[in-house]
Ligand binder design. Structure first.
Ligand code: SER
Length: 585
């Protein structure tokens, strides 16, 4: 059965069971700059899970385009994907465990024809927050799953929540037995050996978790389910990896024909990242140096690097995109209507990357030089990390390059730095998922420093009487209100923008000092509401043009900011103008 047939069967099955089919929400959440990408089918439905009335009723089904990038560095193995499609059915205060399980069982065994012997299920074992889910186990038994294939696990396995706060509850997961030999006498669904593959998750959402109040019961009980389409397709077709299904096969084959170097891992990375980038671009994504733009950039660059590694001419990209659109057009017609844009964005980004690659190689040459001077034959972890973070060099490329010159790389130091970095980005995406902004993350920190630069530039260009009247920062942009009696002319705007960019180009250190409030004011430090500050204050200075009382945080050097761009200048209130600006690279 092809993926599209599974999708259609699913939607029609739930339609026949009283569900309304709704379209997939875009991969880029609408009107929500605080969330990076749609990562689960329930995400666009959160208001309705919390009790708002859904216009289509209480039974909903859909396919949802999802992107999860926490494990982006794992792509290339036999299972990880960043982009995937999740099929889901929802009860918004309608049916609960019995009916949900009966429908799941019927769909798997009757519609998809999976033999009951292939299925195992898991249920929540209970703890101090919620009781053992015996009812769910009973429902499975009634449906036809024998007791010995019903397992109970704790919160780590059988509880679902997006992030740290939000609607949540015990879940029951369905597993498919691939027929592999058990890895030992204790082999069971929770085991990672590959015998059991999770195919579907039913979450019984009847709690809300808040950091403040812990778990409380929701107004209504909901069911949230998620079935990964690529994985199901692979299993039903008896394929070993999603890359062997019709979703990837044509591109994988073409890559194999074109490649001069044989690497299945690189072929998978190219195929996977190409598909994911195309889906993001079709939904309006653009590469940049922050947040979702950065994710897209990383996907495209990683793909380009692996095309290089395979020694495939990068001019093939356009044909590969066409081939991919051809493969996926029935499932995602938006790829066809965005063909030109997809090509333009990917090819432009690839070109930019090729330039960075040259710079990265220069940086690498410097590191070799330094190591030689110090009589070392090892490239340190900091350098490997910098090459990875700034120039998109994976450690394996650095290792290859190093080896050619008779050097080794210090992977253990790199691993430590990399783990810290991964942990940070994981925390970041979790935080973003729940909609709350990590206020002091890297992006907002950069915008915070840009705010000081803008303030100083306005004073130089427009006049000393310009004073800050307010500011607001999101991960997407900064907003700055200032006293000014006229609309800025095009020329003024340009000068302000140029000046900020000049300061960024000069890579000026940002310094911080603690001092008495009165001394700070005497020294000419700016501040918006003097009474708001304690007696001892921190003062941030940049060059000799910016000095502000401020709690921080700020970047260490203006060079970290990227390109500053004024998007809009408008009236805010009488005598107050407002600038919206962004940082990009
Ligand atoms: N929200 C759950 C998941 O993502 C079920 O849809 O697995």
């Amino acid at each position: 059965m092809k993926a599209i047939e599974i999708r259609n069967k699913y939607l029609n099955f739930f339609k026949a069971h009283g569900h309304q089919i709704i379209p997939s929400a875009p991969l880029i959440p609408e009107n929500d700059p605080s969330v990076l990408f749609t990562t689960a089918g329930m995400q666009p439905l959160v208001p309705y899970l919390l009790g708002e009335k859904h216009p289509e009723g209480t039974r909903i089904t859909d396919f949802q385009k999802c992107l999860r990038t926490n494990d982006i560095d794992e792509v290339g193995d036999n299972r990880h994907l960043t982009y995937f499609e999740m099929l889901g059915n929802w009860s918004l205060g309608d049916y609960f465990k019995e009916e949900a399980i009966a429908m799941s069982f019927e769909f798997l065994t009757k519609e998809l024809g999976i033999p009951v012997e292939k299925l195992s299920v898991t249920c929540f074992a209970g703890d101090e927050d919620a009781p053992r889910d015996n009812l769910t186990a009973e429902c499975w038994k009634k449906a036809g799953i024998p007791e010995e294939r019903i397992y109970f696990y704790g919160k780590d396995d059988n509880w679902w929540i997006a992030g740290e706060e939000g609607p949540c509850g015990p879940d029951t997961e369905m597993f498919y037995d691939t027929g592999k030999e058990p890895c030992g006498p204790d082999c069971q669904p929770s085991c990672d050996c590959g015998k059991y593959v999770e195919i579907w998750n039913n979450v019984f959402m009847e709690y809300y978790k808040s950091k403040k109040d812990g778990y409380t019961k929701l107004k209504q009980h909901n069911v949230d389910t998620g079935l990964g389409l690529e994985r199901m397709t692979m299993l039903l077709q008896g394929k070993k990896t999603p890359f062997d299904t019709e979703l990837f096969e044509p591109v994988m084959k073409r890559l194999e024909e074109l490649a001069k170097v044989d690497s299945i891992e690189s072929r998978r990375i190219v195929a996977e990242h190409l598909r994911a980038s195309m889906m993001v671009i079709a939904d309006g994504g653009k590469p940049s140096n922050i947040d979702r733009g950065y994710v897209l950039r990383k996907l495209i660059r990683r793909m380009a690097r692996h095309l290089n590694k395979l020694q495939i001419d990068l001019s093939e990209l356009s044909n590969l995109i066409d081939l991919n659109i051809d493969t996926l057009k029935e499932m995602y017609p938006e790829l066809v209507s965005h063909r030109d844009e997809i090509k333009q964005v990917i090819i432009e980004e690839k070109d930019k990357f090729m330039k960075t690659l040259v710079n990265g190689e220069k940086e690498f040459a410097k590191a070799i030089q330094k190591a030689k001077q110090e009589n070392k034959n090892v490239i340190d972890g900091q350098t490997i990390f910098k090459l990875y973070e700034t120039y998109g060099f994976p450690p394996e490329i650095t290792a290859d390059l190093a080896e050619e010159q008779g050097f080794k790389i210090d992977t253990s130091e790199f691993e430590t730095l990399f783990k810290e970095h991964q942990e940070k980005s994981r925390m970041g995406s979790e935080q973003k998922f729940k909609g709350g902004l990590a206020e002091q993350n890297e992006v907002t920190t950069a915008y915070h420093t840009a705010t000081h630069l803008l303030n100083a530039a306005l004073k130089k260009v427009v006049g000393k009487d310009v004073h800050q009247k307010g500011s607001n920062i999101t991960v997407e942009r900064m907003r700055f209100d200032f006293s000014c009696d006229h609309k800025l002319s095009e020329e003024e705007k340009q000068q302000v923008e140029d000046l900020v960019n000049e300061w960024i180009r000069q890579e000026i250190p940002v310094t911080v000092q603690e001092m008495k409030k009165e001394d700070a004011i005497k020294s000419g430090a700016e501040c918006m509401f003097i009474e708001k500050y304690p007696d001892i204050v921190t003062v941030y200075s940049i060059g000799d043009f910016s000095k502000e009382l401020c709690g921080g945080p700020h970047v260490k050097n203006t060079g970290e900011l990227g390109k500053f761009k004024i998007k809009k200048e408008e009236a805010s209130s009488a005598g107050v103008r407002r600038i919206k600006a962004i940082l990009e690279k």
